[in-house]
Design a protein around this ligand. Structure first.
Ligand code: ZN
Ligand code: ZN
Length: 252
């Protein structure tokens, strides 16, 4: 599987960069229309990502059930034993490693249509695992919201799109409006663990109908320290949610 140069992220959004990203996305969409039915990574005929390329994604070995940290043996990680974990479960598809990291960046910052198709297929795969585990399915699926300003800059919320796919596979309702980001936050990328927690503290609010007794599943592309999901879980529990789980494509 060779690296795909078209999956390079488009960095910081100057108007010219945005224009280029849109032009690239148009070319991509055109390509999709002309050559459908190919693996977006190796171009083998078939689905958006073929079985071989799926098998090449970096697995999470023995992920901790509540924070998805990979462990040498199956069990709960020391941090989750020390402090009650904020999520009841975190379902993560793979490790945040090549090529999944590049796909996520290409989609998030470049609206790359090929990356979008692949990530949709992968989100469906993670949701399918939940169905296969025969546990209780959530009552409601929620995407991690973007702040209005970021949404206007980017034009779409990648978590929204993934959450839609997850809700479809689970066949449970999706609510894209209830959770709101009420404060613009710095990008978490350059921050350490403590700074990340401070950065998202008080950044979210719930505007939807009552969550009393509900089992909710929050969907995002990546979890790093889990600070964002933790801040969301706090809000959702305050609104009465009985169980809060997370689902991400990748655990960094
Ligand atoms: Zn492939
Ligand atoms: Zn843990």
């Amino acid at each position: 599987m060779a690296p795909d140069p078209s999956l390079r992220p488009v960095s910081r959004r100057s108007p010219a960069a945005r224009l280029r990203a849109r032009a690239a996305a148009c070319v991509d969409w055109l390509g999709e229309a002309l050559y459908p039915g190919q693996c977006g990574l190796c171009l083998a005929p078939g689905p958006a990502i073929c079985a071989d390329c799926r098998a090449d994604l970096a697995p999470l070995e023995h992920p901790c059930p509540t924070c998805a940290l990979p462990l040498p043996v199956a069990g709960v990680c020391p941090a989750c034993i020390r402090r009650a974990p904020v999520l009841d479960a975190l379902h993560a598809g793979w490790a945040y490693a090549w090529p999944l990291d590049q796909l996520i960046l290409a989609y998030k910052h470049g609206a790359n249509a090929r990356a979008e198709r692949i990530l949709a297929a992968l989100a469906e795969q993670v949701a399918g695992r939940l169905v296969g585990e025969n546990g209780d399915l959530p009552d409601l699926v929620l995407p991690v919201p973007l702040h209005g300003r970021r949404l206007r800059e980017r034009g779409f919320n990648q978590s929204d799109y993934l959450a839609r796919r997850v809700a479809g596979v689970l066949d449970v309702p999706l609510d894209t409006r209830g959770l709101r980001r009420i404060r613009a936050t710095e990008s978490q990328q350059a921050l350490g663990r403590k700074a990340r927690r401070r950065n998202v503290h008080g950044a979210f609010a719930w505007d939807g109908s009552s969550l009393a007794g509900q089992h909710v599943l929050v969907v995002d592309d990546v979890a790093t320290t889990g600070a964002t999901l933790a801040a969301l879980a706090e809000v959702l529990r305050r609104e009465g949610a009985a169980r809060v789980e997370g689902l991400v494509l990748a655990r960094a």
